[in-house]
Ligand binder design. Structure first.
Ligand code: 5RP
Length: 217
C-alpha cells in the first residue's frame, strides 16, 4: 500500500471519534487533508471547527465547515492531527508543515488528542526528523547559538514564514532521550515561541495505519 493510501486509512479510522454537532480541533498536513476529505465524504455535520493553520481553514471552509476562533470556545472535546514522528509513549515531533505553535495551543486546549499517522512515522526514539522550532525573527541567531549549546545543529527553514509571522529553525542532532526535559529547555530560550516536541502534552490516542490494518495506541 502506498504511504498516501495509509494516510487515508488513518484518516478514516479517526472518523469514529468524531460526533455530529461537535466543535472539532483540526491540525495541518497531508494526513489531515485526507481526514478533511473523509469527513466530507462521511456526511458528518460539525457545529464548527477550530483550525491550526490558514491552509486547513481554507480546506474546511471549502467543504462548508463553519470556522470558530479558539478564544470563542471553551476546551474542545477532540483534536485530530498528524505528526512527523511518534514514539511508544505517544510523544511526538510535529511542525514539518510549520504549524506547530497553533497545533500545540489547540492540543493543550483539547480533552482528547487523536493523532493519525502511517507506520513510517513510528520511532523507538524521537529525533531522526529535524526538530522544528518557531522563533521570533530578531532572535534567530541568538536562539541558534543556544540550540548549539543544547547539542543541536539548527538551520533556518528557507523562504518560510509561519502563519504567526515568525521563522522556523530545523534542529538536527539533539539528544531526545528525555523529550519532556528537552521540550522545556528549548521553550525557555528567549525568543522561542515553541518547539515541535509534544511530550509534556503527548497524544492521547495514536492511530497507526500499517499494511496489516490500524493499530491503536
Ligand atoms: C504540521 C504538522 C504535521 O502534522 C506533520 O508535519 C505531518 O504532516 P503529514 O501528515 O503531511 O505527514 O505537524 O505542522
Amino acid at each position: 500500500m502506498s504511504q498516501q493510501r495509509l494516510k487515508i486509512e488513518a484518516a478514516k479510522a479517526a472518523l469514529k471519534y468524531v460526533e455530529p454537532g461537535m466543535v472539532l480541533g483540526v491540525g495541518t498536513g497531508s494526513t489531515v487533508n485526507a481526514f478533511i476529505d473523509e469527513l466530507e465524504a462521511s456526511g458528518i455535520r460539525l457545529e464548527a471547527a477550530v483550525s491550526s493553520s490558514e491552509a486547513t481553514t481554507e480546506r474546511l471552509e471549502a467543504i462548508g465547515v463553519e470556522m470558530r476562533e479558539l478564544n470563542h470556545c471553551g476546551d474542545l472535546e477532540l483534536y485530530i492531527d498528524g505528526a512527523d514522528e511518534v514514539d511508544d509513549h505517544k510523544r511526538l515531533i510535529k511542525g514539518g508543515g510549520g504549524a506547530l505553535t497553533r497545533e500545540k495551543i489547540i492540543a493543550a486546549a483539547s480533552r482528547q488528542f487523536v493523532c493519525i499517522v502511517d507506520e513510517s512515522k513510528c520511532r523507538p526514539l524521537l529525533g531522526e526528523f529535524p526538530l522544528p522550532v518557531e522563533v521570533i525573527p530578531m532572535a534567530r541567531a541568538y536562539v541558534s547559538r543556544q540550540l548549539t549549546r543544547l547539542g543541536g545543529r539548527a538551520s533556518l527553514r528557507e523562504d518560510f514564514v509561519t502563519d504567526n509571522g515568525n521563522l522556523i529553525l530545523d534542529v538536527r542532532n539533539l539528544d531526545l532521550i528525555n523529550p519532556v526535559r528537552m521540550e522545556r529547555d528549548i521553550n525557555q530560550i528567549a525568543g522561542v515561541v515553541t518547539c515541535g516536541l509534544f511530550a509534556a502534552r503527548a497524544a492521547d490516542v495514536v492511530l497507526v495505519a500499517s499494511e496489516s490494518g490500524i493499530k491503536t495506541r
